[in-house]
Design a protein around this ligand. Sequence first.
Ligand code: UDP
Length: 356
Amino acid sequence: MNSSKSPCVLLTGGAGYVGSHTIIPLIESGYEVVVLDNLSNACKGDEGQKPVPITKVEEIVGKQVTFYNVDLLDYNSVAQIFDKHDISCVIHFAGLKAVGESCVIPLTYYRVNVSGSINLFEIMKAHNVKKLVFSSSSTVYGEPKFLPITESHSVGQNLLNGYAKSKYYIEGILQDLCNSDKEWNVIILRYFNPVGAHPSGQLGEDPTGIPNNLMPFVAQVAVGNRPCLKVFGNDYDTIDGTGVRDYLHIMDLADGHVSAVKKIETNSVNGAVAINLGTGNGFSVLQVIETFSQVSGRKIPYEIVGRRQGDCASSYCDASLAKSFLGWEAKKTLKEMCEDTWKWQSMYPKGFSTAK
Ligand code: UDP
């Protein structure tokens, strides 16, 4: 970085899975980092301590991280953070993300995700901070009409749950905001399937309750927390009949955010640009099980059950825009994703609560 003072990046939801991992390469790249999180889905620390994932990040990077336990719906408290710090750019991770739950309590999802985002954007505007990286999802594409999925694929059609719709609505709000004021620079990152953990094994994904996603479930079966994995369908039109997804190592995803921040900091985006973050490769459920079993040396019992509602056969991205626009591409293999997940899961079999 050329300037004498490092730009300050605010991470909303920075104690969560993607946010906490992203702090590491941001700090390693020389950015100042401020984190806010309401800890609704993160492991709290002991009385007076920072949340456990933040403490782990501090140990990994050897630096203190400024942390605020603040809810985005609390306008005044968020505004105070902007008053206090000279924030240059925001990465907005905060939001609820359980697909199934979003069908049960949709209003909560819209209030937290959509209203929370509007609050944030209003506060940013009031403080003349108009550089934003938004954490979106490949789920905005709905059932893929073609593969690999490019950014020009339609979005918002036949979305089956409130989570996907909330991401789609926020993307739309950002497009409108950028149309109304040309000073905004916004990068919307559409993640495919983030998995894995920091290679130290000290930081990883710690889902509350029964994991919805494949990789944490496989890891919990491998470590003996759960007896058997249910494979949702083996009659899809794929290599072995099971669902195919574009799994992406969390540290590659974290680096993708740093590339996006670097781009945003040049002030050259002028508007809102959506970019896929994935490897561009698809792997089936059985391939994931096989690779995980190899790297862990554990048998992973599984049974084939019916398809899960709302699942598609295959989803993987065209990652070429990320390369040309951000200069970013995923580097880590499925084997590394499984190895690092296993390292984390075997060191912390009960997640962060093991660490307390
Ligand atoms: N899957 C599975 N059993 C599980 C969880 C997921 O067979 O317990 C399958 C799912 O049907 C899909 C793939 O694993 O084909 C990835 O699912 P995940 O929920 O991780 O990601 P998403 O469906 O959101 O892409």
